[in-house]
Design a protein around this ligand. Structure first.
Ligand SMILES: Nc1ncnc2c1ncn2[C@@H]1O[C@H](COP(=O)(O)OP(=O)(O)OP(=O)(O)O)[C@@H](O)[C@H]1O
Length: 560
């Protein structure tokens, strides 16, 4: 069971240098507490039985203080071990979730970017947030279930000691009923998984609906189709949810019936046979009745825990999926930074192809061979879909060439050099994300930040305070200026921009090509920029022109 797997992943301790990689801590304390509570419950049961026997034998004229004392001590042990058992189970489970979440984030960090692109965002979001919430909400049930299991095991051990026949009779009933119950549970688990898959699709469709709210407002036909598509996924989700509820109910009813059957065995069969063997009918019946309650509880909880189990299974499955695409270059510690004073970046016969749908030719970039000299401005140009963004991803090391290589000063950027190479580059992609907080920009010099805001004509609109922009509620072009400011604050030797000027007004576009890029070049930075602005092609020292993934090098466009 994946829930139990989560339980055995001990909470990350502050003392662990890396909570993600630290070894799991087996739940010894939990086992000890379970053992103590089991022993205490058997002692209580035995004391009650002995007292009853004594009363039957000698009448109830005096209190047996020894029995009463032992019962009181056992009750206290039972009470405290139960409290700690429940507390420990919940803490361990929450710790396990926390750790699994951290593992997922770590696996996300080291996953191969290209393959990660292919895993849907909805699945990642659902697992990191919602599924762990389902488990967390049910953590007390796991604790109560474990507590009941301990009671059952202890009482059954006591029953075995009282009467072998009664023990095997009850075991037979529990095994048969439990087997049927578990088989029902497997179907239920599969249906839960289907339901969660539908919920992920529902989430995806809802996100589409919200992201496209403007587009939907402007067209009643589009709005209608969107709602129809949402309604269809919602109906499928409702159907699987209904099937789940039906199955839960059937399993619940079966559990109830199984308990009545067990009671029937106790009342009719056990006395019949135990009388012949030991004559201790009453003790056996008391013990079996003691088992019935926890068995009922375990059966009920089992049903309820199926959703938490399905959530845990999905979390572990995503973990395995991410582990399978992990990039060894990112998993190992980074090689000491590559020298900032490099001479050139080169692609040598580099090639990259996207997987093609069946029957269609794949889009191939390359083989490409060209050099980007240090301290120069290189433009990448070409029509829509010619492969510019793909080339940028190859040059930044986000995609790995499937053939040929990427070289820095003739040294191949092999896997273990990739992280250090990526550290040399600051980017503003066309689908960039603007973090409000300046993550990874260690010390923002206020004077430098203010100067940059002035240069980008954003002073008075935005300020940088305590390592964050005070607002990002700006126009599209202004937000992109902020993204460039972040890149400049990172102070890297290489800058990569993907159609940065596309959203700028004519004045700022001219400023970008005629003032900002030359200023960066004067500071010795290497600039690689994708652009469609043919008026400004002369601002580059070199131009790489792409046509359907093939490059033509146009040299000496600018003044050099
Ligand atoms: N994630 C992807 N999966 C599969 N194919 C892709 C993917 N991204 C791009 N492609 C394919 O690669 C081709 C080149 O895309 P790319 O984004 O590199 O073009 P581009 O030159 O940057 O275009 P634009 O000027 O429109 O931004 C596209 O025609 C598309 O078919």
């Amino acid at each position: 069971m994946n829930l139990l797997r989560l339980l055995s992943m001990a909470p990350a301790q502050a003392s662990d240098r890396d909570p993600v990689l630290a070894p799991d801590r087996p739940p010894y304390r939990l086992l000890a507490l379970g053992g103590a509570s089991g022993v205490a419950s058997v002692v209580i049961l035995a004391m009650v039985n002995s007292a009853a026997e004594e009363i039957m034998r000698e009448g109830a004229d005096s209190v047996d203080w020894l029995l009463a004392g032992i019962t009181a001590v056992a009750s206290i042990v039972f009470l405290f071990s139960q409290i700690w058992l429940i507390r420990d189970t919940a803490a361990r489970l929450e710790g396990g979730i926390d750790r699994m979440r951290a593992r997922l984030l770590e696996l996300l960090r080291i996953a191969d970017y290209r393959q990660l692109e292919q895993i849907g965002q909805a699945q990642l979001f659902q697992n990191v947030t919602q599924n762990s919430q389902v488990i967390s909400q049910n953590s007390h049930l796991v604790a109560i279930g474990l507590q009941s299991l301990v009671l059952i095991v202890a009482a059954m051990a006591y029953l075995l000691w009282l009467s072998t026949l009664a023990f095997f009779l009850v075991v037979a009933v529990i095994v048969v009923a439990g087997g049927i119950y578990a088989a029902m549970g497997r179907d239920l688990g599969a249906e839960y998984a289907r339901n969660m898959g539908n919920e992920e699709r529902l989430f995806e469709t809802a996100t589409d609906l919200l992201d496209g709210i403007k587009e939907a407002r402007m067209s009643s036909a589009r709005s209608h189709d969107l709602r129809a598509s949402f309604a269809q996924v919602a109906a499928q989700t409702r159907q699987t949810a209904l099937r789940v509820h039906g199955m839960v109910f059937r399993q619940f009813i079966f559990g109830e019936i199984a308990i009545y059957f067990l009671l029937g065995v106790v009342v009719f069969l056990v006395p019949l046979y135990t009388q012949k063997i030991s004559g201790d009918v009453q003790q056996v019946t008391t013990t079996v009745l003691f088992v019935v309650g926890p068995v009922g509880l375990v059966l009920q909880i089992w049903t309820m825990l199926m959703s938490a189990e399905a959530a845990a299974t999905r979390i572990f499955a995503l973990g395995e999926q991410l582990a399978a695409i992990s990039d060894p270059a990112l998993a190992t510690p980074m090689e000491a930074g590559l020298p900032a004073a490099f001479k050139e970046i080169r692609l040598e016969q580099a090639r990259f192809a996207y997987p093609a749908p069946a029957g269609e030719a794949p889009f191939i970039v390359g083989p490409l061979s060209f050099t980007i000299p240090q301290g120069r401005i290189t433009f990448i140009t070409g029509g829509n879909g010619s492969g510019k963004s793909t080339l940028i991803k190859l040059l930044t090391g986000l995609y790995r060439p499937q053939g040929g290589e990427l070289l820095l000063d003739r040294r191949p950027i092999v896997a273990f050099r990739l992280p250090a190479y990526r550290e040399m580059i600051a980017t503003v992609f066309s689908d960039y994300h603007l973090f409000r907080r300046l993550y990874g920009v260690p010390l923002v010099d206020q004077a430098e930040a203010d100067e940059l805001l002035r240069w980008f004509e954003l002073d008075g609109r935005v300020a940088i305070r305590d390592g964050a922009f005070d607002t990002v509620e700006l126009s599209v072009g202004q937000r992109k200026r902020l993204a460039l400011i972040v890149a400049l604050l990172e102070d890297k030797p290489i800058y990569v921009f993907d159609e940065w000027a596309a959203d700028q007004d004519p004045h700022f576009r001219a400023k970008f090509y005629r003032e900002i890029l030359p200023a960066l070049k004067r500071r010795g930075m290497t600039i690689i920029a994708v652009t469609h602005d043919d008026h400004y092609f002369d601002a580059a020292d070199h131009r790489v022109h792409l046509e359907i993934g093939q490059a033509r090098i146009v040299n000496g466009e600018g003044q050099g």
